[in-house]
Design a protein around this ligand. Structure first.
Ligand SMILES: [Zn+2]
Length: 131
């Protein structure tokens, strides 16, 4: 798979180019648009016109996503996928990211955990226009 080779040449270039990478923890986060990556939620309903064409086109995205996750995991990385529709609830998203990063284990209670939470809750990463 070409993207794996590219990773070997350039260490920072993981399969599927994750949106957010934590190299020290070997953890990567993909932020996916619901429609383009076929989340299955109501944002991902296919247009009635040329539905088959869309299904095939977007099916290739899903295949690529799956290959990217497998590729990254094969290289010893953990992968989390965050969906566009989940961004409606940033508190929930920051919770799942914290769990994913194991932040809770590092800072079980107190002000540090809160600081991490508010940092993660700040929408610094713009995902709105991503296709
Ligand atoms: Zn969705």
């Amino acid at each position: 798979m070409p993207s794996v080779y590219r990773f070997r040449l350039q260490r920072r270039d993981l399969p599927g180019r994750p949106d957010i990478v934590f190299p020290g923890r070997r953890k990567a986060i993909f932020v996916h648009g619901c429609f383009w990556h076929r989340h299955g939620c109501r944002n991902s309903v296919l247009p009635k016109a040329r539905a088959e064409w869309w299904a095939e086109k977007l099916g290739r995205n899903v295949e690529r996503d799956r290959a990217a996750v497998c590729g990254a995991e094969a290289l010893g990385w953990s992968v989390l996928t965050v969906w566009e529709c989940e961004m409606n609830d940033l508190a929930q998203v920051s919770d799942s990211i914290q769990r994913f990063l194991g932040a809770a284990g590092l800072a079980p209670a107190g002000s540090h955990a809160k600081a991490v939470r508010s940092e993660l809750a700040e929408p610094r990463v713009s995902v709105g226009g991503r296709r």
